[in-house]
Write a protein that binds this ligand. Structure first.
Ligand SMILES: C=CC1=C(C)c2cc3[nH]c(cc4nc(cc5[nH]c(cc1n2)c(C)c5CCC(=O)O)C(CCC(=O)O)=C4C)c(C)c3C=C
Ligand SMILES: [Fe+2]
Length: 390
């Protein structure tokens, strides 16, 4: 990749082509301004050898460091190795720039069983999620031992990265499930405009953002005092694949759609307000004393004031997996949220949404994932999982 693009002016001029630094205190791909495309993968570990797993994580790290900088996965590259051997890069990103690629790794609860001597390292915060009312989870697209979130501005770059990690991991891990996403459904920086989800509403307005330094310390990053020292500087990831009943939604009146979210569809302002970033007034009453923002509106039930200040850093993507054979789009939201402790953040928020959210008539949770994402890597001598395995 790099070899073919070095020095080309268009790549240098386009901000979405630029690389994101791989090393740092925290993993990239969490507060990094959300890129437009996603390929998320969850692996089962198939080797029984701890040493083999660590070797693979080291190989993955080297490949990830290279690919995020717009280089081939291996040092020989797609074309530079022996003609008698399979190339150490698959080649479909040749000529493409880094495209803001970030690769973020996480470890699922199942990795902490008795296979790799990690039982005592399982953080209390990585407690299995409870079953929520209405859940219709499919085990074959849920869970997993290790996840990698690839985000980029070019879908080919994100897919190339996941494909090469799967290739390197052959015989040690197998892909359990993966998900493509397009069109970010959140802003993670105040410099970004708020995008829209497939229901047509602005999504990500009241999200945790990279500029909120004090709140990120309080709500996003695991602190050394939180219990599992190996997770300090890391964050917990919850994924939920949420199918939307799009065709029914499209027949709902605009006023009902706005009541469901508690925001208007055009500006994204809270009902009763004018501008997108106006604070919602949950006490406001309309004619006849009815609440302006309904008691069962999504933003009322999910708002930090309903949960003792608990927040999430949401980073989800739209998905369309074709159609379902019954004339309906197989589409929805691949919800992604990072947080310091899911027991205090995702779980109570989702418990309330699952019980009372008027949006439930139009959605169904069909997959779920929970992963502990370790801190960032210091330098080229470091590797994914070092703090866990040493
Ligand atoms: C458990 C957490 C959440 C799930 C699951 C969830 C699903 C979901 N959300 C939307 C669309 C919107 N969500 C909005 C706000 C919002 N959502 C959550 C949490 C979950 N959403 C939070 C914490 C918030 C912020 C609430 C606040 O502080 O005001 C909005 C409004 C705009 C915004 O602030 O982002 C929309 C729109 C869908 C479509 C969906 C499932 C398919
Ligand atoms: Fe939401």
């Amino acid at each position: 990749t790099q070899t073919l693009t070095e020095g080309t002016a268009p790549a240098a001029a386009d901000a979405t082509a630029a690389p994101v630094p791989f090393y740092g205190e925290h993993q990239a791909g969490i507060v990094t301004p959300a890129q437009d495309r996603l390929h998320f993968v969850s692996f089962d570990v198939v080797t029984k050898e701890r040493a083999e797993l660590i070797d693979m994580l080291q190989e993955w790290t080297a490949a990830a460091a290279r690919m995020t900088q717009g280089k081939d996965a291996g040092t020989f590259g797609a074309l530079g190795g022996s003609p008698e051997a399979p190339p150490d890069d698959t080649g479909e990103a040749l000529g493409l720039p880094a495209s803001g690629l970030t690769l973020t790794i996480g470890f699922g609860p199942s990795l902490f069983d008795d296979r790799f001597g990690l039982k005592s390292r399982r953080p209390a915060a990585l407690a299995d999620l409870p079953k929520f009312p209405g859940d219709d989870l499919r085990p074959e697209i849920s869970g997993g031992d290790i996840c990698v979130q690839a985000c980029a501005h070019d879908p080919q770059v994100a897919v190339h990265a996941i494909r090469n990690l799967a290739r390197i991991g052959f015989g040690k891990v197998s892909v359990r499930w993966s998900q493509l996403g397009f069109g970010r459904t959140s802003s993670t920086s105040r410099a970004q405009a708020t995008p829209r989800n497939l229901m047509g509403f602005k999504d990500g307005t009241n999200n945790l953002k990279l500029e909120d330094a004090a709140m990120l310390r309080d709500q996003l990053w695991v602190a050394p005092s939180d219990g599992a020292a190996w997770m300090a500087g890391g964050s917990y990831l919850v994924t939920r694949k949420i199918r939307m009943n799009i065709e029914t939604w499209d027949r709902a009146p605009l006023s009902e759609q706005e009541q469901i979210f508690g925001r208007n569809k055009g500006e994204g302002a809270p009902l009763g307000g004018h501008k997108e970033f106006d604070e919602p007034d949950f006490a406001a009453r309309g004619a006849g004393g009815t609440p302006v923002i309904a008691d069962d509106a999504h933003v009322r039930l999910a708002h930090p004031s309903t949960h003792g200040g608990a927040r999430l850093l949401r980073r989800g993507y739209n998905y369309v997996d074709g159609s379902d054979g019954l004339g309906r789009l197989d589409a929805g939201l691949f919800f992604i949220a990072y947080q310091r402790d899911p027991r205090k953040q995702f779980v109570p928020i989702q418990r309330m949404l699952a019980r009372s959210d008027s949006l439930n008539e139009y959605i169904k949770h069909i997959s779920s994932g929970l992963f502990a994402c370790p801190p960032g890597l210091r330098d080229a001598g470091d590797y994914w999982g070092r703090t866990l395995f040493t």
